[in-house]
Design a protein around this ligand. Sequence first.
Ligand SMILES: CC(C)(COP(=O)(O)OP(=O)(O)OC[C@H]1O[C@@H](n2cnc3c(N)ncnc32)[C@H](O)[C@@H]1OP(=O)(O)O)[C@@H](O)C(=O)NCCC(=O)NCCS
Length: 209
Amino acid sequence: MPPAEVVRLADARGPACHAGLGNMGQVVTTLYASRLRLRPFAAGDWPDVAAYSIRPEFRLYLPLPPQTEESARAFVEDRVRGGQPNDAGDWHFGLQLVEASRLIGSIRIGVREQAHRQGDVGYALHPDLWGHGYATEALRRVLAFGFKNLGLERIWAIADSRNEASWRVMERAGMEREGVMRHHRLHREEWRDSVLYAAIRDQAAERAG
Ligand SMILES: CC(C)(COP(=O)(O)OP(=O)(O)OC[C@H]1O[C@@H](n2cnc3c(N)ncnc32)[C@H](O)[C@@H]1OP(=O)(O)O)[C@@H](O)C(=O)NCCC(=O)NCCS
């Protein structure tokens, strides 16, 4: 079986991006940022996912029921089974520090409307590792992947308007606020507003120099 990271993609301007064959013979992609590896999920990742997803602060602004070991298993199984991209057009990556094997979070980029080259992103990190800029670094890398490798024109994301940590990540990564969607989510019996952010291809290229 060929190793997982063998074929270098044409991405001369950005940090490294490798595609290769995974254990099941499927094509997998791993992205590298300065401190992080963004790699496909593996079946054995669920205890690491459970370690952060069961923390109450993790889902404070997410429309999720309390997370358990079972939900972590299902989350990981779904990502392993779905491959990259899955049938819905999503590329799911587990986040690791380059010098460590533990999974510390996840990030996703999805192609939403191929004809219009639109994409969206979502991300989450282990609460013990908040405050180090890892989410910002991962988001920057995934935006570059979306523009350079997936050919997207616009990449958007939403966050609960109270999730200031999340919208600060988007701003640091170069996304701009486009507006507020009032009563966008019914979250634990309460209507919540969402903020909408987006990055546009040309502006992202300008920022990258
Ligand atoms: C959203 C979430 C990922 C943000 O995590 P975070 O740690 O605040 O974000 P980053 O990893 O980018 O770290 C940024 C913080 O580290 C600081 N920092 C330290 N070193 C840094 C560096 N090298 N680069 C950038 N920021 C750095 C920043 O100043 C910032 O702190 P501040 O907000 O006090 O100014 C996290 O709160 C989370 O996982 N929440 C649960 C899931 C969730 O809500 N996901 C979003 C759904 S929309």
